[in-house]
Design a binder for this molecule. Structure first.
Ligand SMILES: Cc1cc2nc3c(=O)[nH]c(=O)nc-3n(C[C@H](O)[C@H](O)[C@H](O)COP(=O)(O)OP(=O)(O)OC[C@H]3O[C@@H](n4cnc5c(N)ncnc54)[C@H](O)[C@@H]3O)c2cc1C
Length: 471
């Protein structure tokens, strides 16, 4: 359909989250005319960046650790499946992105843990539900937009990109629809995809993440539905391994009780106790962490429920870890939780097969006592999260569902954030940044590297490649 809305620019950016705005501002600093298209229309549209806790880390480590150490942590977290070039780029560039954001006035402060050296200020984590207004990430996005405007660029709200325009020399622009369904076209020298991933597209989630997307809770802004991935693939770009998401275990009641998402999550209970299905059987290695467990639950087919089981000691110690701790928030916020003085009794209350759970817990406790949890089926590793015995009544059971924050896989890119084909050849003038891009995180261990650091580094790299600044 012909469009009356036509724009011309040097760089068009699809998505106004942190990755898109970093790329846009950096391009504008280099004197390029930049247009950011953002599908949502609100002044402070809700993207994952605005909802973020604002902690800049790499694999839950301080970004100022030696780059070689950070690189090896990324490879270890992903079971060696991260693209080494992307691991190198993130490990070496993270600190520079933070310095660059500071030059724009973005403020950071220290958090209570060593890996939280750079937390966007004022801090955003709230003990319950989402509280983002006026917090660090919200303020930073406003600053980036102001900087963009000051450099002559602009952010068009209510403009959803739907397709790329290809010219002889490569990608030459895009087309889309406004919120009132009017078509628009952008002629651009380069296009940067920054749409945040595909977590809100049930079809893609069903194909790659969970056979039943209805049993995965949205722990995100619900604004990223894989438009960028589809557009890149239509233009010849490849996808990375698309399995895997960053997310956490949430109370099942978060499906209807908004106060239970994005916090408190139950990861520190799950990684101390056991995670079972309705038959009372363990379903995965709890020692690989909450992100891994959320992925394993999501990937299981069938309608059955899943449960975290702990004893009183875990509830009192691991349950109170961090300000968003499940103890006492779950009870205060009305989450379903069962408690009884025996495993059989608590299983009965929760609707778990009582003899199944009793024999699981007995075998688990024996293995914990003699240090042989690696021999359990499934294996229970002990190097990252110590297995605690389930021995002190009352016992607790929490029905859980996986909550998806963002998809870890995405558009295949190289170390300049250029979109590449299946053979690694760049698609000319097309870039993908932030959670639209893949290849850094995930793998069979669902390794989480860090959404902000990935977004900042890829955003900066894409812009500097367009500007001809060497890596
Ligand atoms: C509760 C929560 C806490 C988090 N805490 C942390 C943390 O402490 N540390 C950390 O590293 N990471 C954290 N993250 C993850 C981090 O926020 C994200 O990884 C990061 O912000 C992603 O940035 P992005 O620019 O890729 O995507 P987003 O910020 O999601 O931006 C994508 C934008 O693209 C727009 N869009 C989508 N499709 C189109 C289209 N077709 N056309 C135009 N626009 C489009 C969307 O509306 C959206 O505004 C957290 C996330 C959440 C939800």
């Amino acid at each position: 359909m012909a469009s009356d809305r036509k724009y011309v620019c040097d760089v068009a950016v699809i998505g106004g989250g942190i990755s898109g705005l970093v790329a846009a501002v950096r391009c504008a600093q280099g004197g390029l005319r930049v247009l950011v298209l953002e599908r949502q229309s609100g002044e402070r549209y809700l993207c994952n960046s605005r909802l973020s806790a604002g902690v800049w880390h790499i694999c839950a480590s301080d970004v100022l650790e030696a780059p070689a150490v950070l690189e090896s942590k990324i490879l270890a977290a992903t079971g060696g499946e991260a693209d080494p070039a992307l691991a190198w780029m993130v490990a070496h560039e993270a600190a520079r992105v933070i310095d660059w954001l500071r030059t724009l006035g973005v403020r950071f402060m220290k958090g209570p843990y060593a890996y939280q050296r750079f937390v966007m200020a004022p801090p955003a984590v709230s003990p319950q539900g989402a509280a983002w207004e006026g917090r660090g990430p919200d303020v930073a996005l406003q600053m980036l937009e102001e900087a963009l405007n000051g450099l002559g660029g602009s952010l068009l709200r209510g403009h959803r990109a739907t397709g790329l325009e290809t010219r002889q020399e490569g990608i030459g622009g895009l087309r889309g629809l406004t919120q009132s369904s009017e078509p628009f076209e952008v002629r651009a020298g380069n296009v940067i995809i920054a749409d945040g991933g595909f977590q809100s597209d049930p079809g893609l989630v069903r194909e790659w993440i969970a056979p039943d997307p209805g049993r995965v809770l949205a722990r995100n802004s619900r604004a990223s539905s894989g438009d960028g991935l589809r557009m890149a693939q239509e233009a010849g770009g490849a996808a990375s391994d698309l399995r895997g998401f960053y997310g956490h275990l949430l109370s099942k009641d978060a499906a209807w009780n908004e106060a239970l998402s994005p916090y408190p999550y139950l990861d520190y209970l799950a990684t101390a106790g056991v995670v079972v299905d309705a038959a009372g059987k363990r379903i995965a290695d709890e020692g690989l962490g909450g992100v891994f467990l959320a992925n394993r639950i999501a990937a299981r087919s069938g309608p059955g429920d899943h449960f975290v089981v702990t004893d009183q000691r875990i509830w009192e110690e691991c349950g109170t870890f961090r300000m968003t701790s499940p103890n006492p928030l779950l009870a205060r916020l009305g989450a379903t939780m069962y408690q009884a003085d025996s495993i059989e009794a608590v299983a009965g209350l929760a609707g778990i097969d009582a003899s199944g759970l009793a024999s699981t817990v007995a075998a688990y406790n024996r293995a914990v006592a003699n240090g042989s949890t690696a021999g359990l089926d499934p294996e229970r590793s002990a190097d990252k999260y110590k297995p605690w015995p389930l021995a002190v009544p009352p016992y607790h059971v929490f029905p859980v569902l996986p909550g998806i924050t963002y998809t870890m896989g995405g558009i295949a890119i190289d170390a300049h954030a250029r979109v590449v084909t299946g053979t690694g050849t760049p698609v000319a003038h097309l870039y993908a940044v932030g959670c639209a891009s893949g290849g850094l995180e995930g793998g069979t261990r669902h390794g989480y590297v860090g959404g902000l650091v990935k977004s900042g580094v890829t955003g900066l790299r894409a812009a500097e490649h367009i500007l001809g600044i060497p890596a």
